[in-house]
Design a binder for this molecule. Structure first.
Ligand code: 5CA
Ligand code: ZN
Length: 420
């Protein structure tokens, strides 16, 4: 799948500190990387509606991690996916009378435009599930072979004479199941029903067992599944296969919004473990949910503020990015229009402050921004450090240091992705 153009990331003098992040599984602050090349997988979009500020906030949060890692002297390998076939996409296409492929293509293109405008560094590995389908089939066959998956009779499948059923993972095969989210069973059952699982499906060994392969149903797209029969993949196996093939196992950080902690990341990590000798992601990092009017912003609820709408209204994408960075990535927060007005004012004041040749010494500001992003991506703290420098620059009481505004502008660009 085509990505979008990479933004220029300026080099800064010296190096940033080791980056630490909050691990959702343990609740601890831990080093985010484990070697000279940091590896990151972030769950991408299901392309049935345009990029809203929740998607943008999650993408920007992990972009800050990517930038902080680079600044600390590491190489970064970043992989992401596009869930370009799944129930919500097919349902939306059917409801609006649009072909599901053209709906997906349009939204994938719009997402790329939004990410370009927001200055998000593109993934090195960017795969749609349709592209990796043969690899998913081999993975599901391997899980069946290993006794970690089973078939469930599927009388409503298109009759092709094979009589093959849907395939589900057998969670009892994974002794570490549950370690990612650490939830009790009732919560897991409730979240599974809410977030794409099918605990009521008859014939499963355990209501939580997740779908790996869905046999073809009338009117649904389907592909050759080898010994699985024609059909399409379940959701979680997609991310397990793309992360394994794009990054290798184990990899450093599995990221996404907190709505994915369970079941998606629990299940995809479980699949990865069974595919590769117990290895999944080292650290699980989740961005909070962006809400609007008291509810999670979501395509299914329709309470969306779209990045593309704001751009069409002439909003500077850097102001949108600054509005997102003003929140701790891990906390849930509510969008409101006044946040954009504040971000616009901040952007203007920073631009004014860096417009001269000289300004207050930038050494401490650079260190403060670096320290803030390296400590669990504390972007509000980083913004305050720049605000402080900008206020002093405008005040003009300090002996000006030549080149200092350039250092601040490059730091803001490289570490926060905000071009002044
Ligand atoms: N394709 C799957 C992941 S494999 C998916 O969840 N797609 S999505 O389009 O629904 O979401 C794309 C990314 O945005 C995910 O990381 C998701 O956790 C995040 N996201 C969705 N809604 C919000 C929100 N309201 N606030 C913050 N992040 C969100
Ligand atoms: Zn995913």
């Amino acid at each position: 799948m085509l990505t979008w153009p990479a933004p220029h990331v300026p080099r800064l003098p010296g190096e940033g500190p080791v980056v630490r992040v909050h691990d959702s599984s343990t609740g601890l602050l831990v080093p985010a990387s484990s070697g000279p090349t940091a590896t990151l997988y972030v769950c991408g979009i299901t392309p049935y509606d345009a990029t809203h500020l929740g998607h943008a906030a999650t993408a920007v949060a992990f972009d800050v991690l990517n930038r902080a890692w680079r600044d600390s002297g590491l190489s970064v390998r970043f992989a992401s996916n596009v869930t370009d076939v799944d129930d919500p996409l097919l349902e939306r296409a059917a409801a609006t009378g649009v072909d599901w492929r053209s709906l997906a293509d349009d939204q994938i293109a719009l997402y790329a435009e939004d990410m370009t405008a927001l200055g998000v560094i593109p993934p090195d590995v960017y795969r749609g599930v349709v592209e990796v389908l043969p690899d998913v089939v081999v993975a599901v066959e391997a899980l069946l072979e290993a006794g970690a998956a089973y078939r469930v009779p599927t009388p409503d499948a298109v009759d092709d004479g094979t009589g093959l059923g849907d395939v589900y993972a057998d969670l009892t095969a994974d002794h570490d199941f549950g370690a990612v989210a650490g939830l009790d069973r009732d919560t897991m059952l409730a979240l599974s029903a809410e977030r794409g699982g099918d605990p009521e499906r008859p014939g499963k060994r355990d209501p939580l067992d997740p779908l790996l392969w869905r046999r073809e149903r009338a009117g649904e797209p389907a592909w050759d599944g080898g010994t699985l029969g024609r059909g399409r993949p379940g959701w979680h196996i997609e991310c397990a296969v793309i992360a394994r093939d794009g990054l290798g196992l184990p990899f450093d950080v599995q990221g996404g919004g907190s709505d994915l902690l369970f079941p998606h990341h629990e299940m995809s990590t479980s699949h990865a473990r069974l595919l590769d000798a117990g290895h999944g992601a080292r650290v699980h990092v989740h961005a909070g949910m962006v809400g609007l009017d008291g509810e999670k912003m979501s395509k299914s609820r329709g309470n969306l503020v779209l990045v593309s709408t704001l751009r069409d209204q002439g909003e500077d994408p850097m102001a949108i990015r600054l509005a997102l960075l003003a929140h701790r990535y891990r906390h849930d927060w509510e969008w409101s229009a006044d946040q954009l007005a504040q971000a616009r004012a901040r952007l203007a004041s920073w631009r004014r402050a860096v417009s001269g040749n000289g300004g207050p010494d930038a050494t401490a500001t650079l260190s403060a921004v670096r320290a803030a992003v390296a400590e669990d991506l504390d972007t509000p703290m980083a913004l305050h450090a720049v605000d402080d420098w900008a206020a002093r620059a405008v005040h003009g009481a300090e002996e000006p240091v030549e080149g200092a505004p350039g250092v601040v502008a490059r730091a803001v660009d490289a570490l926060l992705g905000v071009r002044l």
